[in-house]
Design a protein around this ligand. Structure first.
Ligand code: PYC
Length: 375
């Protein structure tokens, strides 16, 4: 989705259509089709909040922009606090958010109960709910529709989309990109954007650019559809679980990333057992629900949980990588910013903090405190 969005904005905002999007498989087969489609901007750092807020704004207008219904449902996002230190971080996040005009507030357990009566807010719960960070503009979206919408828009503008086309090499001569080698032939170009997830470090290696990234699977699962009852995304960092209900009625669950790095996208029984236990601690009334399927996506983790975006030491080789568990929600703003980077040869202010050189300079943008997912 990031690559398609960058191609779309290159055409739409800068009139550049001499662009090829290469996908090893079919579009949306990677992280864009494997995430749990949560959109929000209640981050912890001012840089993160401004960045993800721009993405929410682009998402809000996306159906109209693309003339394609992406089914964005802004029904709110709630992060539960089960202890004092979580509450403190939530107050911190709420203040940073509000300073930048983002709707985000700490609510008490009575308000939690009013918004989601199915949650067990009794003081006798194993992990009592003390309050929550509530973010009204957060919500969920139809992730396939976002991929198809950007692909359709880019294609209509003249961009070429090559599916089943694997990048096997990146030609660099005298420190400058000269082409891309694929399993279907070579493309001569002076500009390559690595907008991959899961294999971003191996793709960057092809250009001789090492990235400080480790890759971990993140599993998720979906239940049979039931009548809509859950009108808010629920996250519990302490219980390692998050849940939302899709417009089709399915409950979508996720938990922590797998405890060891790998490129596996298979589900495991261990994950489902742990997940079910945590979900039932939060919502005992779900005990009779049946799971339909589970899957995994790959998360490229950086040391500070912020992405790596912009230029690299190899001239013409740009990156939009290191998304960890935040990639899907950032698709529109990333596409917009990377298109601007390519078109103007300058780093837009909105991604200035996310450069690769920050690791050498020690200027990290610590965003772990805003994670919905345990790590
Ligand atoms: O950041 O909201 C999030 C999220 C949920 C699942 C993965 N990331």
């Amino acid at each position: 989705m990031h690559g398609l969005a960058a191609a779309y904005y290159l055409a739409a905002n800068h009139g550049i259509t001499d662009v090829a999007v290469l996908d090893k498989s079919y579009i949306g087969s990677g992280g864009s089709g494997r995430n749990t489609a949560i959109v929000r901007s209640n981050y912890l750092t001012p840089e993160g909040v401004a960045f993800y807020d721009r993405s929410v704004k682009l998402y809000e207008a996306l159906s109209a922009t693309l003339n394609f219904n992406v089914m964005f449902s802004q029904h709110g996002h709630m992060t539960l606090a089960h202890n004092d230190s979580s509450l403190r971080t939530m107050r911190w996040r709420a203040e940073v958010n509000k300073l930048q005009g983002i709707e985000s507030e700490v609510i008490d357990e009575r308000e939690v109960n009013r918004l989601v009566p199915q949650l067990d807010v009794s003081p006798h719960a194993r992990y009592p709910i003390l309050g929550a960070l509530y973010h009204a503009p957060g919500g969920i979206i139809r992730h396939d529709a976002v991929v198809w919408g950007y692909a359709r828009g880019a294609d209509a503008a003249g961009v070429h989309i090559h599916q089943n086309t694997e990048v096997t090499g990146i030609d660099v001569s005298r420190g400058k990109v000269t082409g891309v080698v694929t399993n279907r032939g070579r493309i001569a170009t002076g500009t390559v954007l690595n907008a991959t997830a899961g294999w971003s470090s191996t793709v960057a290696d092809l250009a001789g650019v090492p990235l400080p990234i480790e890759t971990f699977p993140l599993q998720a699962a979906v239940t049979e559809p039931v009548r809509p009852f859950l009108h808010t995304v629920i996250v519990s960092g302490s219980l390692h679980v998050y849940v939302s209900q899709t417009d089709r009625g399915e409950l979508v669950f996720g938990a922590s990333v797998d405890p060891f790095g790998s490129y596996s996208t298979r589900g495991s029984l261990e994950f489902i057992e742990g997940l079910a236990g945590h979900v039932l601690e939060l919502m005992p009334s779900l005990s009779k629900m049946r799971l339909l399927r589970q899957w995994a996506g790959l998360c490229d983790m950086t040391p500070d949980f912020s992405p790596i975006m912009g230029f690299t030491p190899v001239d013409g080789f740009l990156v939009d990588v290191g998304w960890g568990t935040y990639g899907f929600k950032a698709g529109p703003v990333s596409g917009e910013a990377m298109a601007e980077c390519i078109a103007t040869a300058r780093t837009p202010a909105i991604i200035d903090a996310f450069g690769l050189d920050r690791f050498e300079a020690g200027e990290l943008v610590g965003e772990k405190g805003a994670a919905s997912v345990g790590h």
